[in-house]
Design a binder for this molecule. Structure first.
Ligand code: BGC
Length: 755
């Protein structure tokens, strides 16, 4: 029986809809006038210890047993498992809804299974959303996610990737929002806020410093407290303030030697202590390593326990509470946190009811995101946008006849538009997605339709558009030679669990671009990558667009940019290096350490990643500190028009303000982004704000931003507070971190801020 049919069956309605309706609506905790904490207290007072234990341990949401060590869950749960990432049974007697968890950094994930008609909107990857530098769009993308999460019968969303892009080879950077704490915190926070406005719980993850995939289950991210507070933790702090996520997912990796999910410093001291976080901490799938340490050090819920080496929050936790090793008050606290997030986010008051997604409306929102997040990196002699002169167009490579590439892993989405005959690539070989059954999202390259080829043909109906798959560079070059313009699609496929080996495009793609560019100077390269790549052919091509993984509206957005219906406005949220030699760690630590056959929990080869090399100077800050010139700087992105940034002034004070003008000096309407950086005395520049505005030709707008003083401060670990040093701060305004057109100075007095 499908999940939808299952949910239609009256007998299990309690499990599928969360069951709140099954309980008397006049139970005292259903009084909406009370606070979430009061309501949680009231229902909790009715719970038995065994019922409390039910809420702190989750099942894997697939109706399959993956670890023979554990018996399958009880029959009732097995029946109700909703084909999702995770499932925590509800307590019908009290009207406590089940928690139905789904991944969603690319849309509501359905990659672990495929049922006919089970479609979700494939959103652009988070790195593209970050490239929009548009908090409103991030919020709207969040509302699409939140709505589809509900429509598909879930109430807990595992989206809100905030880890900083410390390494441009990280295989999950596409699920995160770039290298800067303010940008990442804003984009992730707004996405979470949008999702939760649809009455579901959203999550910020993976807490913390989960910045590479290589050895993610046994590495220790080694980073001093001050640097951590000023970088990775600051991104979380800002995202949590903006988004107020109901849950936080602790990471796989250790931080300074201690697993994230039993890390007293991260969970108790910083998150729940300093930041007063009221929600709950769930583990990543397989991220728990103990019962007593995990419970006492701040983990509130063991996710999908079957992935862990032991059933830590099952009988073992019950025993630990009985033995007094985990105080009963701590178990109450774990449950209180879960329940208060469920109340605060509408899980009791507005139970989910599965229904078909509003695919058309959602597609329109994600198209706007794609249109603003695709980044124009090069455009010689106004090659773009293409006009009527492009009468013959060669479209080459990158499966541009199939769709646009998406990232892989637990976030994988089988997009709207898929049908049973849709082609997917597995390890380079085309295969047909099974009509029903489990696919492997970690090793399956999924292309989101429609194809760029079709979208280009639709935008240029009068042009002669021909396709070559790029497998033979000479043949592709011949097609390019006989065309007015050549558009080459190149790709880097990334999936959770692995990092990119280096910064190069895989396979022979560089040779393909070089051959095409040699045949036709009007060559446009479209990158579909999850990370920055180097471009040895850059000086020989006319234009380059970074499309990231642009989602199901990506092809349309690309075509509209290529032909000028949309003026590109994306800006890079991550530095593009010239080579791995420019990175703090030219070789990815741990590449030579294999996962043992027994599984990741048993690896004795623990290793550390020394993030103290760059400390808080992540990305563009490292490049400035080391006086390195990148291939493309953080914040960079071209437009079909030109902008002037000026009229800069700044005021001092506890929260300094910066005012400036941004003007459109070109002949086309376009969105320009004025970026503001502040350089503390003796430090490097830090992004402190920006303003993205839509401008007609000749139009100028004035903007003012207020600087969060934490962005100017250093963290004093002895006094445990932020310190803004007295002195002159350079305030710079420009179109990227490396393109500053105006600078002023503001003098600040010494001040402190409590975390
Ligand atoms: C990932 C998480 C994800 C979880 C559940 C893990 O492998 O690291 O991001 O939410 O699986 O699918």
């Amino acid at each position: 029986m499908s999940y939808r049919k299952l949910c239609a069956a009256v007998v299990v309605a309690v499990v599928c809809t969360g069951g709140a309706r099954a309980q008397a609506p006049d139970a005292p905790w259903m009084n909406k006038a009370l606070s979430a904490d009061q309501r949680a207290d009231l229902v909790q007072a009715q719970m038995t210890p065994d019922e409390e234990l039910t809420l702190v341990r989750g099942y894997f949401g697939l109706n399959a047993t993956i670890n023979p060590k554990y018996p399958p869950p009880p029959e009732a749960i097995l029946k109700a498992l909703p084909h999702s990432a995770g499932y925590i049974p509800g307590i019908p007697r009290l009207g406590i809804p089940a928690q139905l968890e789904t991944d969603a950094s690319l849309g509501v994930a359905n990659g672990r299974h495929m049922r006919p008609g089970d479609q979700a909107t494939a959103l652009p990857a988070s790195i593209l959303t970050a490239s929009t530098w548009n908090a409103d769009l991030a919020y709207k993308a969040g509302t699409v996610l939140g709505t589809e999460v509900r429509d598909k019968g879930f109430n807990v969303l595992l989206n809100g990737g905030v880890d900083l892009a410390r390494d441009p080879r990280n295989g999950r950077n596409f699920e995160y929002a770039g290298e800067d704490p303010l940008l990442a915190g804003t984009i992730a926070g707004e996405t979470i806020r949008g999702a939760q406005d649809r009455h579901i719980i959203s999550t910020a993850k993976h807490y913390a410093v989960n910045d590479q995939e290589t050895g993610r289950n046994w590495l220790s991210a080694d980073l001093d407290e001050a640097a951590m507070r000023e970088s990775d933790l600051l991104a979380f702090e800002l995202a949590i303030e903006k988004g107020k996520p109901g849950s936080i997912m602790c990471a796989y990796n250790r931080v300074n030697g201690v697993y994230s999910c039993e890390n007293d410093f991260l969970l108790n001291k910083v998150l729940k202590g300093d930041w007063h976080y009221p929600g709950y901490v769930m583990s990543d799938w397989g991220g728990v390593h103990s019962t007593v340490d995990a419970a006492n050090n701040g983990l509130d819920q063991e996710s999908a326990y079957i992935f862990d080496k032991d059933d830590y929050f099952g009988d073992a936790l019950k025993q630990a509470v009985a033995d007094g090793k985990v105080p009963l008050a701590r178990l109450h606290d774990m449950v209180h946190r879960i329940l208060r997030s469920m109340f605060a986010n509408g899980l009791f008051d507005d139970p989910v009811v599965p229904k078909p997604i509003a695919a058309k409306a959602d597609a329109a929102v994600v198209q706007r995101t794609a249109e603003q997040g695709i980044v124009l990196l090069k455009n010689d002699a106004g090659l773009l946008p293409l006009g009527a002169k492009a009468r013959s167009i060669a479209v080459i490579g990158g499966r541009a006849d199939v769709g646009v590439l998406s990232g892989g892993g637990s976030s994988q989405v089988i997009p709207v538009g898929n049908n049973p005959s849709q082609e997917f690539l597995v390890g380079g070989a085309v295969r047909v997605l099974p009509n029903h059954g489990i696919i492997m999202p970690f090793d399956t390259m999924v292309y989101d339709p429609p194809s760029p080829l079709a979208a280009i043909r639709a935008e240029a109906p009068a042009a002669h558009v021909r396709f070559d798959d790029g497998s033979d560079a000479a043949q592709a070059a011949a097609l390019a030679r006989s065309s007015d313009v050549a558009i080459v699609f190149v790709q880097q496929w990334l999936a959770e669990g692995h990092d990119a080996a280096n910064l190069s495009l895989p396979g022979d793609q560089n040779a393909l671009v070089a051959a095409v560019a040699a045949a036709n100077p009007h060559t446009i390269v479209v990158l579909e990558t999850g990370d920055p790549v180097v471009m040895p052919w850059l000086s020989n091509v006319g234009a380059v667009l970074e499309a990231w993984y642009p989602g199901q509206s990506g092809a349309k957005a690309l075509a509209r940019i290529l032909f000028g219906k949309v003026n590109p406005s994306g800006r890079l949220p991550i530095t593009f290096p010239q080579s791995v030699e420019q990175l703090p760690r030219p070789t990815i630590p741990g590449v030579d350490i294999a996962e043992p056959a027994a599984g990741w929990q048993d690896n004795p080869n623990l290793f550390g990643v020394d993030y103290n090399i760059e400390g808080a100077d992540v990305g563009y800050k490292w490049f400035e500190a080391k006086k390195l010139t990148p291939l493309f700087p953080f914040g960079y992105g071209l437009s079909y028009t030109t902008f002037r940034y000026g009229g800069l002034s700044a005021t001092a004070g506890a929260s300094p303000t910066v005012s400036f003008d941004i003007g459109n000096t070109g002949k086309r309407a376009g969105m320009g982004t004025a970026e503001v950086y502040a350089t503390p005395p003796g430090g490097v520049a830090r992004l402190v704000g920006w303003s993205k505005v839509d401008l007609k030709p000749g139009e100028t707008r004035h903007a003012t931003i207020t600087i969060d003083p934490r962005l100017l401060a250093s963290f004093d670990t002895t006094a445990q507070l932020w310190r803004v040093a007295a002195g002159d701060y350079a305030i710079s305004l420009g179109g990227s971190s490396a393109d500053i057109s105006a600078t002023t100075t503001v003098h600040l007095e010494a001040s402190t801020i409590k975390p």
